[in-house]
Design a binder for this molecule. Structure first.
Ligand code: F6P
Length: 545
């Protein structure tokens, strides 16, 4: 298969199966910690911008070395090098995958370095011009990879943002999204950015056309001054009416969900400025270097990707929950959903051969501590084991230095946040035996319930795995590194699975059917539709009582 061994046909895969049966399935984290005094140290890895404790995962040194063997047999390193070189590893679209080239420093021996920096300089110069004060609001219109990355990063780096400049993100074709933003705007002080790699996406074009209509109807005469575009379809952006000097182009070798580092990052650059945007790129580049230079024993993206394979294919875990204990990272789970599930939600290998093993887990989550008061119940006592990824940030940054009593209170809240984060990971691992629960008083429990039954309600299985990613602070550099870490980890599991992580044919069918249904919603024509769709269409049109 494309010159690489298929994972399920390697000797490491067979060995991992046996190892899981004999050891992996029954590994108890509490016993492992009691037995191995240096477990935390051995499974803690340092990478640029962060430190990762992988020790509360259900694996041992044997597991890790078998997984590294699997990576070797599947040619993960060779596949990585092919990506970095610019080989057309996105075979089904015949494209190279070069988001790493977007964050390589000027003059680096990476593909398209001169073009990348020319485009970056132009985009950053425009961002600085926008920050100059002519606009009060910037409305970014895009969806998927042309929205999630910039929206997540702008939110995360809010303390580094230019005060007085408001950024809005509109993505949904649901007009409620745009309608909620428009009343806040003054047409004369607003810049609209239409972000679409293809410039054909239904949602984005609908919102962009509606925004233009609103702009013209509200006294905004100069579309050329108030609209910009970021796209690889420069001609279509021009046809939309955007002035050529305001169209920032990029290339087909930048995948939508990997495009944050390209001109698609324009709203980020407007929010945080050119220097900080370059720091974001530098952080990501440092993680690229780590992925290439660190040996397997210390390579964080490699080990995280392999751990994902271990959990998905051997333990059979179907999802992973991401819990950033930082309010600024509350959109990270949504961003990661696209990154991971659009990349690795595939059921054929690169040659189109149907797979006999599972691929992408469901990735989901919420910022801590909010998630604790929603779904953590299921993580602790539910019937499924869901590995959790905690993200903790040591130093808070509020965008101002809180003084006096507020300062003390916020410092206390930050300690509470961190304590909650550590406690949840501890609780997942430790659990509580029924015998322990039996010995406790539970003032709010039903006094009529038999103590043994109550103790079972109040016991926790424990041995539930988690990873802890720790950042010193959340700033452009560390955030760039964190995002690049996730990109490479997704690459690693995809490379082991032998799939094309860079296409997304799975979104096509729904788009095509939507285009067929659209005229039927206007006409009410239901001939040939299945009974369910026909009835729903009639009801939604108001044709049924
Ligand atoms: O959802 C499919 C998809 O093609 C994503 O991969 C992409 O990020 C998104 O649509 C938006 O596409 P575009 O940037 O071309 O508007």
């Amino acid at each position: 298969m494309s010159g690489f061994a298929r994972c399920d046909r390697t000797t490491a895969w067979a060995a991992l199966r046996v190892h899981h049966e004999v050891e992996g399935r029954v590994l108890d984290l509490r016993e492992a910690f009691a037995r191995e005094g240096d477990r935390a140290a051995r499974f803690t890895l340092a990478a640029p911008g962060l430190r990762a404790d992988l020790s509360k995962n259900r694996w041992s040194e044997t597991t890790r070395s078998l997984l590294l063997q699997l990576a070797l047999e599947c040619g993960v390193t060779a596949q990585r090098d092919a990506m970095l070189r610019g080989d057309a590893i996105n075979g089904s679209e015949g494209r190279a995958v070069l988001h790493t080239a977007l964050r390589a420093p000027r003059g680096a021996a990476t593909p398209f370095n001169a073009e990348v920096h020319e485009a970056l300089d132009a985009m950053l110069a425009f961002a600085e011009q926008v920050r100059g004060g002519a606009f009060r609001d910037v409305v970014h219109i895009g969806i998927g990879g042309s929205d999630l990355g910039p929206a997540m990063v702008v939110q995360a780096l809010q303390p580094f943002s230019q005060p007085g400049l408001r950024l809005h993100f509109v993505s949904n074709v649901d007009g409620h999204d745009l309608a909620a933003v428009l009343p806040q705007l003054d047409a004369g002080k607003t810049l609209f950015i239409v972000a679409s790699k293809t410039f054909t996406t239904q949602e984005t074009l609908a919102n962009a056309n509606a925004a233009k209509a609103w702009f013209l109807a509200h006294g905004g005469g100069d579309v050329a001054r108030h609209f910009a575009a970021t796209s690889s379809n420069v001609a279509a952006a021009g046809d939309f009416g955007i002035a050529p000097e305001r169209v920032f182009g990029f290339w087909d070798w930048v995948g939508g969900r990997y495009s944050l580092w390209s001109v698609i990052g324009l709203p980020v650059a407007i929010a945080i400025g050119a220097e900080a945007f370059r720091a974001l790129l530098a952080g990501a580049h440092a993680m690229d270097r780590h992925f290439v230079d660190a040996d397997a024993q210390h390579n964080l993206p490699l080990q995280l990707g392999l751990l994902d394979v271990w959990y998905r294919n051997f333990h059979g875990f179907t999802s992973r929950s991401v819990a950033p204990y930082h309010q600024g990272l509350r959109r990270l789970p949504a961003y990661l959903q696209q990154l991971e599930m659009e990349s690795n939600g595939k059921s054929v290998d690169r040659d189109g051969e149907v797979l006999s093993y599972a691929t992408s887990p469901v990735v989901w989550g919420e910022a801590g501590t909010n998630g604790q008061h929603a779904y953590f119940q299921m993580l602790h006592q539910g019937t499924d084991v869901v590995p959790v990824e905690f993200i903790a940030v040591r130093e808070p940054a509020y965008g101002f230095v809180p003084a006096g009593e507020l300062g003390e209170r916020l410092a206390d809240q930050h300690r509470k946040l961190l304590a909650n984060c550590l406690a949840q990971a501890q609780a997942l691992m430790r659990g509580k035996r029924t015998s322990e629960a039996l010995g406790e008083r539970a003032p709010t429990a039903n006094p009529d319930l038999a103590p043994e039954a109550l103790a079972r309600h109040r016991s926790f299985p424990g041995n539930r795995p988690s990873t802890l990613l720790m950042l010193e602070r959340l700033d452009p550099t560390s955030l760039g590194a964190l995002i690049a870490l996730y990109e490479h980890r997704v690459f690693v599991s995809g490379a082991v699975w032998g799939i094309n992580s860079f296409d997304q044919w799975g979104v096509e069918l729904g788009k095509a059917l939507c285009n067929q249904l659209l005229p039927r919603l206007a006409s009410g024509e239901t001939d040939g539709l299945d009974g369910s769709t026909a009835a729903a269409l009639r009801w939604l049109r108001g044709d049924l009582a």
